[in-house]
Design a protein around this ligand. Structure first.
Ligand code: FMN
Length: 169
């Protein structure tokens, strides 16, 4: 089975997570393509989809939502996993408790009602140069930390779950 790991990124961390998922799925014995969601031609060739986007303003980037919108029927007939890359890891103190409260909003903002096996909200990378001046101010007021908060063993374990389901092990 050919699996698509499709991603949308603004600053690269979601692409690297998608590549990590792809490598691990490949090592489990699956055929995998890792591609940006705005560069996918012939999506019907894929037997399963792992789709993820960076989050801006509690929603996926527009090219990722466009892909889901345009391929809703196809996705409805294949196993689908979603992942969103945000900044729960950057939050501290009382904000930390809020970190996963945005997950339902993210899911609700996805177009159509595509059935999916799981959604994961992951932490990515946030650097001062990614934000506007006002964004940096708000970020600091919330006591957030800049940095790389990706959890690579956790990413491997997501890929292992997906591989187990697809390979029936
Ligand atoms: C303009 C902007 C808005 C963001 N909005 C959110 C948000 O609403 N929720 C969140 O969890 N993370 C938010 N983030 C953090 C990013 O999703 C995070 O840095 C992610 O790793 C970016 O992925 P990328 O490197 O693939 O672009 C925002 C980042 C930027 C630059």
């Amino acid at each position: 089975m050919l699996v698509l790991v499709g991603y949308a990124t603004a600053h690269g961390s979601t692409r690297e997570i998608a590549e990590g998922l792809g490598r691990r799925l490949g090592a489990a014995g699956l055929n995998v393509d890792v591609r940006p969601m705005n560069e996918i031609h012939g999506p019907a060739a894929y037997g399963a989809f792992v789709l993820g986007s960076a989050i801006h303003g509690q929603t996926w980037l527009s090219e990722a939502k466009d892909f889901v919108r345009c391929n809703g029927e196809l996705l409805g007939n294949r196993p689908v996993w979603f992942f969103s890359v945000g900044m729960p890891g950057a939050l501290r103190g009382p904000w930390k408790r809020m970190a996963y409260k945005e997950e339902p909003y993210i899911i609700e903002s996805l177009p159509g009602d595509v059935p999916y096996r799981r959604h994961w909200l992951l932490s990515g990378v946030i650097r001062p140069e990614h934000l506007s001046r006002s964004g940096r101010l708000l970020f600091r007021l919330m006591g957030c930390r800049f940095g790389d908060f990706r959890d690579w063993p956790g990413t491997d374990s997501l890929a292992d779950q997906i591989a187990r389901e697809l390979l029936g092990r």
